[in-house]
Write a protein that binds this ligand. Structure first.
Ligand SMILES: [Zn+2]
Length: 135
């Protein structure tokens, strides 16, 4: 049950994937209602620093909102992708998320090359220190 800004009440059933508590939805505009999944993020741990969430993605759906970005279909589920833990996010459809996944895989390959180069430099055996530990 949800009170609507300006009057009225609506009963909204969450989709099975919704993990939102909707505590902030009371007495707001109807188009502010958004279902949200859990957030999937890479918890990057570097040395002893606190984990930093990177490359996070969550599914959102605003079932009453007509206007969204040009990248998503109004009222349809979409992904909110956050490259880093700042406030910058991007709304993506499935093709957009596939492009991000491809870029991450390509970057992982580049990181493997950097690691191989480092290993070669450290061992003095440049070019022979191919990674053999499953990377
Ligand atoms: Zn919901």
């Amino acid at each position: 049950m949800r009170r609507i800004n300006g009057g009225g009440v609506i009963e909204e059933t969450c989709p099975s994937w919704c993990a939102g508590d909707h505590q902030d939805d009371q007495a707001t505009d109807l188009d502010d209602l958004a279902h949200s999944s859990t957030v999937t993020a890479l918890q990057m741990r570097v040395n002893a620093a606190a984990p930093s969430p990177l490359l996070s993605a969550a599914i959102l759906q605003s079932p009453y909102e007509d206007v969204t970005s040009e990248r998503v279909t109004p009222r349809a589920p979409y992904v909110v992708f956050a490259p880093s833990d700042d406030d910058f996010t991007i709304e993506l459809d499935a093709d957009g998320l596939a492009d991000v996944i491809a870029q991450i895989r390509q970057h992982a390959d580049r990181l493997v090359q950097v690691r191989n180069q480092l290993m070669a430099l450290r061992t003095g055996m440049k070019g022979t220190a191919a990674m053999s530990d499953g990377l």
